[in-house]
Design a protein. Sequence first.
Length: 242
Amino acid sequence: MRLPEGPDVYAAAPSEGAPVATVVVGMELFGVTAWVRKVCERLAAVGYAAIAPDFYWREARRADLGYDDQGRKEGFRLLGHLTREGVTADTEAALTAGVALGAGPARAFAGFSLGGHLGVLAATRLPLDTVISCYGGWTLDGGIPLAEPEPPLTLTGAAAIAEHNTTLLGIVGGQDFLISADEWQRLGLRLQQAGVRHELIDYPQAEHGFLCEDRPESYDVNASADAWKQMLKALSKLPHGS
């Protein structure tokens, strides 16, 4: 669906009953791909309104890029056009779409790679109950235009997440080329220092992108299965009621 004055979103909701909460699904670098849509359907099947906004929409509508060098190059080009204000607005639009589907008041963001970064960024600006950042890079040391002049997890950014009372679940593979073990450790210290409720889980043998079964070169069936259990456990703790 296309939202008025906003992004296209892929929306999935339970087949029966009202969704218990809204989960914004943050896309990988490659856009709202078939795999991202499957993530939405998987979350909807267990009771959530899952909304995946096309964060690239201001530059290219409905980008769905291949998992190859050409797709990666185009993804980084589109990533270069993202702004913090745009990410915030699109996250808000996705949350509103969840409410329109009848979802309860709880608000979560589950993001993958680039989407993991977007979720952490959104949490510094919006009151989210839970953020799940799966191998979300550039949050602590920067490295992309969106993370300049300062990445999301400065002391100020982490303090904002704590102020919003957001719980953060971080998931990474021990063989991730984007996030070193040192950065992962420092990230935990930053969250602890700021008083952010968090849990960081690493899978020692898993690579970047290990949750995506459409990328067989990095998909890890065992790590993926456990990570999904951890994600659903985190979402099950979302607040209920008005």
